[in-house]
Design a binder for this molecule. Sequence first.
Ligand code: PEP
Ligand code: MN
Length: 341
Amino acid sequence: MLVILKSGAVGEESAAVSRVAERLGCEVHPLALSGRTALLLSGADLRGRESLFEALTGVEQAVPVARPIQRVSRVLGAPLPPLRVGGLTIGGDRPVLIAGPCAVESDEQLIPLARCLKDAGADLLRGGAFKPRTSPYDFQGLSAAGLEILARAREASGLPVVTEAVDERSLELVEEHADVIQIGARNMHNYALLKRAARCSRPILLKRGFAATLEEFLLAAEYLLDGGHEGVMLCERGIRTFATHTRFTLDLAVVPQLRKYTQLPVLVDPSHAAGVRDCVAPLARAAVVVGADGVMVEVHPDPARALSDGAQSLDPTEFAALAADLRRLAATAVAQRESVT
Ligand code: PEP
Ligand code: MN
């Protein structure tokens, strides 16, 4: 655990933290963090004991930092440069909007849609060329031809593109064609792929495995950072629970929880969580309110005919309305932050 002291904390306040920690069997290692002092406590299991330390005067925050997540950690990791995709900053003062179909199907499907998404305010275009489908009988994506369609859609719309790599071979192709590489939920635990992706020159959007704990999610990101990658963003996309009224359960609490541990931008994908269209916009709005750095939604020009995930895809009109709502909500959030500071 890392106990961060308030900036004016005095020696006696720091000593009080050490006394409590030592009583619990911990070793105490003082660290200087950009002008402030923090105490790294090790050697005993302090899970769930944060409030014990936060109750002491002089303590600003107690953060259950595990040593294994030292690179993604917001306090132990080296400060990362802002994450940029072209002229766009991810993790800046407004949430970014990623939109597009589940799967790239054709020029006719994607190019007019990409222009329309751009006009409605999307920042990035998504679309899968390599599709990790649950059933082997479902549409598996257009592979390399899909990447070429994405490149033409980028050219036509001016939107940078994000697309998924599912293995080392597709990663090489995706790195060549895309602006952002997506590692999907099913591959979050594919450590060989993560190690290889760590050497890529493009930013990486890492989705949370649908049975991954927060720590497992951060450790997957740690593989990327430890391999030398600096441009990683995280994406919550729903986890498996007992509930059957949605495809997965969107874990919005993970957004503020991740903030405690990591400086990486945190995005939310309400489409794969919901699985049903009418839940997508309310969940996207909630994601912005809870402080997500971006939202990724599936949009198809004709959802009823989509080759994959039509049930959860918005049509372009629904997307335009959502984009306007999200802009309003984001502006309100900025105004609120400014009035507090
Ligand atoms: C996707 O975004 O296309 C996708 C397959 O999502 P996930 O990996 O979250 O299931
Ligand atoms: Mn999909």
